[in-house]
Design a protein around this ligand. Sequence first.
Ligand code: SF4
Length: 705
Amino acid sequence: MKIYLADLAYMNPTVTRQPVPFNVACVASYTLKHLPDMEIEIFKHPDMLLAAVAQSPPDVLALSHYAWNSNLNHGIMKRCKELRPDLVVIMGGCNFNDWDHEWIEWFFRKRPFLDIHITQEGEGGFLKIIQLLHENGCDLKRTKVEDWSSNIFGYDHEAGKLIHNPGNPMANIDPATLPSPYLTGLLDPFLANENLSPIIETNRGCPYACSFCVWGGMGAKLRKYDLQTIIDEVYYIARKAANPTRVLYIADSNFGILKRDRQIAEAIMDCRSTHGFPQRLSLYSPKNPTAHSLDICELISPITSMSMSLQSTDKQVLENIRRSNIKHERYDDLRIKAEKKGIQTDCELIYGLPGESYESFLQGMVGVTRSGQFVQLYEHTILLGAESANREYREKYGIKSAFRYAYDIEGAYKDISSIEFEEVVIETKTMPQKDYFRLRQLHFLIATFSARLFQEFRHALKYNKLEIASLAGKIMEDEANWPERWRDILLQLQQACRDELITTDVDELRTEFSKEDLSEVRKKARALIPSSMCTLFAREGNMRELRGYLVSSFPRFFPGNSDEDFEDWTAALDFSMDRACCYDELKQTRVVTYPYDLDAWLGSEGQPLRDYALPEPATYSIELRDGVWEAFEKAKEAGSDLENAVYLLKMKYFPSSHDRIYYYLRPSKGGTAVNKDDEIESKREARLPLYSSWNTGGEAKPESV
Ligand code: SF4
């Protein structure tokens, strides 16, 4: 029997972060262990799959299914069924509400070319259906439903009938018995592809069950892969991986939670010294960090940051989402310990969770940013398969959602044009819709002031126990005084946030698209927060106006502080503004003079700037990063106006560069331009979502079928 297994992705030219198809390779590896005579080929690129099907159609086409390839799968399976009508088409993955039969029937009706969907882990269910097909001449109709396992769902499209056998539960596999898809060479062709990044998994499951995340439903007990196999995989990948970013993904939900993770971390760091791989590590640290996990993070801190995700700080919200974070004091204690050990920590917060309001979210952000910790904000998106996708849950918390195009998750392959959607929460009982749009503006303010550019300004606020979230909150309340350009940027953002919502009715969503649809979406699609930031940075006048507005507002916003403090804040803001890359006045190098010892002050624990005055001013040559000038020249040729050119620079030429295009590098006194900023950014960038606008709703995305 010939089987094509694919983990399809939109392989756009700027994509360098897509993982190798590890998920389907695990399924293939497990199937071959039990049925070695099966002929299995693995695919990642839609064009390659289509070419293979045209040349030699398989008996079974199996596609991993997640929100980022759902419609693409639909287009591909339709084309493949046209080429071979008796093809058995299977999809598998957690993007499926397996508890809701009404929804499942709707799902199959929307996908008339789909025969089977396997839920939960793929290996067991897939092997079962392949065994049954093998015994029945690859005729699905001849298989007996009593033999199906409970994680296999089928649909008789002619009779309009769901086929399912709940009485035959399928146990999760023991990953330690899974032959490594790396060491068996299954993934070699993908490691050789410069556009794909290696990914390993060291255990499966998550001990937590956050309602917005699918992972919690995949088994609370952690099941471990074989330790030596993992270590061998790391060295194997180091020898074979062609991706120039030298990044390694770890797909675990909580890397560092197990004692033995220290051995894995040691092997990774040894491999880095001996083979130069990995140079960056993308992983999710344990939700509730411990002294042990902190030690592991210290070991790998040269190539990654430590995620300390909270998602919310509100007690009621945490209860609603079934999440128990560690106590506030313990969190702070661990964060301080981490910083002392030189570990960079990041926090994630999600707005739009049930029970969260604009005010409670802002309050939470104030607490997190007060410590100076970097905070990454996400909107609450609904993931199929998660508890929050469930009707009763939505009703209980008054969750209303809308759909939008998922930015950059689109493409055309042969004559298939495809686009994906994401479902975002726009209203709850505690978040009226107007507050959702305000939160989007607040998100922009936090993203802007969190940029490394504002490092000096943030440090000056620290002395007064203030932070950017309080400042952002004050700006949001100050609409009457917003200056003209600033107002335009914020109001345009709000309008764009409204305009991007296509519908609230899932039935209106299409699964098939034309080339014209695609070009329409491409014209309109914008990653809105980066787009607004690019508009801000496009012109020096915008930054000058923002500087003037902030300086004049300090006494109004924070009346309890002294004139001396305001002078310090203003001087620090000027240092930051000096480093801003304004693209209408771009220079390769600029010379700036400061009457302060900036490095000593930035290294201090929240001291006032005035204490670091120098007898003689220090002069710095600040520099544009390598490649920005040249890329911007190209972007200008392609962009319709300056704002659009800056946006292209960010999204096309520096797509996963976080905020690097917004500021000049300032060398440390006597140092080089490649300073600590780059090191910090690299670690942060390693954990950016695969797609620029994607919001996981969880700390990571399940990668397994
Ligand atoms: S959000 Fe994180 S901790 Fe919660 S269930 Fe998902 S993976 Fe586990």
